[in-house]
Design a protein around this ligand. Structure first.
Ligand code: UD2
Length: 296
């Protein structure tokens, strides 16, 4: 099977490419070179906004797993046109080329950002979609394009919640709270919590996300959307306490003003993914202990 992984240098894409690299004829594409030594030679650099390039890389491919995206909520406000070009136009280019070539399967990695501020938790796939950033809008637009193209190619949409892994660069603003907290406590400083720390998130380990991408590829139904998370929520204060405990730091986190537009609660309803056989194995404490050793 020939697989193309877009966004293969990224924080989810590199793991997805790594999973398929041994079993399949897998190649990646990304704007940037892949930082992972073993995968570097498998990743072609190129711009998915360029339709001619997209046609070239899609030719002969059986499956596309599309993760390439502008992923920063903040950047999407600074440059919403760049965000839309990378998240919408690039997705359309791929879908069009795939349908022209008769690609077997297309898996689109969306985001929980499409839900906006949850009206209820856990959030199921039918929850109203009401994005609160240009990024959320562009990811949702990508989903809608996938759905209309599902008349022509088999498309499956995956909505990850808060993904964490060892490949999170704490200096990169896209990396999220876990990388930041680990990096801070490793320098013997106290983590800074925005707001009261009672906001919650569903943190899912990359291993589970990659497992589910594989399931979605094999068994996901055409035109269907699946959440991927753990179904468990934890507050940011509890998260800070666990990470401080792992680091052996006594004391309390520092509280700062809350981040504008911060979502209060987030937790995935993963019943639909479970029906396909998904069983998340994330064990937050254990996985944080492991990642703690790997992040600087
Ligand atoms: C996640 C995604 C984002 C977008 C969004 C949509 C990540 C890394 N980001 O943003 O791309 O999809 O969901 O809803 O997955 N916090 C602190 N102190 C810090 C850093 C963060 O208190 O030093 C808080 C922050 O205010 C928030 C929580 O931690 O309440 C999680 O923040 P995040 O940036 O890791 O992720 P999130 O859910 O805002």
């Amino acid at each position: 099977m020939n697989i193309l992984v877009t966004g293969a240098s990224g924080r989810i894409g590199s793991y997805v490419l790594g999973r398929f690299a041994d079993e399949c004829n897998a190649v990646g594409v990304d704007l940037k070179p892949c930082p992972i030594k073993d995968l570097k030679d498998l990743v072609v650099q190129g711009d998915l906004r360029n339709y001619e390039f997209v046609r070239e890389i899609v030719r002969g491919v059986d499956v596309v797993i599309h993760l390439a995206a502008q992923v920063s909520v903040e950047n999407s406000w600074n440059d919403p046109v760049y965000d839309a070009e990378n998240n919408v136009i690039a997705t359309i280019n791929l879908l069009k080329a795939c349908s022209d070539y008769g690609t077997d399967r297309f898996v689109y990695i969306s985001s929980a950002a499409v839900y906006g501020n949850p009206k209820y938790v856990p959030i199921d796939e039918e929850h109203p979609k009401s994005p609160i950033s240009p990024y959320g809008v562009s990811k949702l637009a990508g989903e809608y394009y996938c759905r209309v193209f599902s008349d022509r190619i088999h498309t499956v949409i995956v909505r990850p919640f808060n993904v964490f892994s060892a490949r999170m660069d704490p200096n990169n603003p896209y990396s999220g709270v876990i990388a930041k907290f680990i990096s801070i406590v490793k320098r013997k400083l106290l983590p800074v919590i925005y707001g009261d720390g009672k906001q919650t998130r569903d943190f899912v380990h990359i291993r589970d996300v990659v497992d589910f991408v594989e399931i979605a590829l094999k068994r996901g139904e055409n035109g269907e959307t699946y959440n991927v998370g753990t179904g468990k929520e934890i507050s940011i204060l509890e998260l800070a306490e666990i990470i401080m405990d792992i680091a052996g730091i006594n004391g309390k986190p520092v509280f700062d003003k809350s981040r504008p537009g911060d979502i209060r609660r987030s937790c995935a309803d993963i019943s639909k993914a479970k029906k396909l056989g998904f069983e998340p194995k994330t064990d937050l404490r254990r996985d944080l202990e492991e990642i703690f050793e790997q992040i600087d």
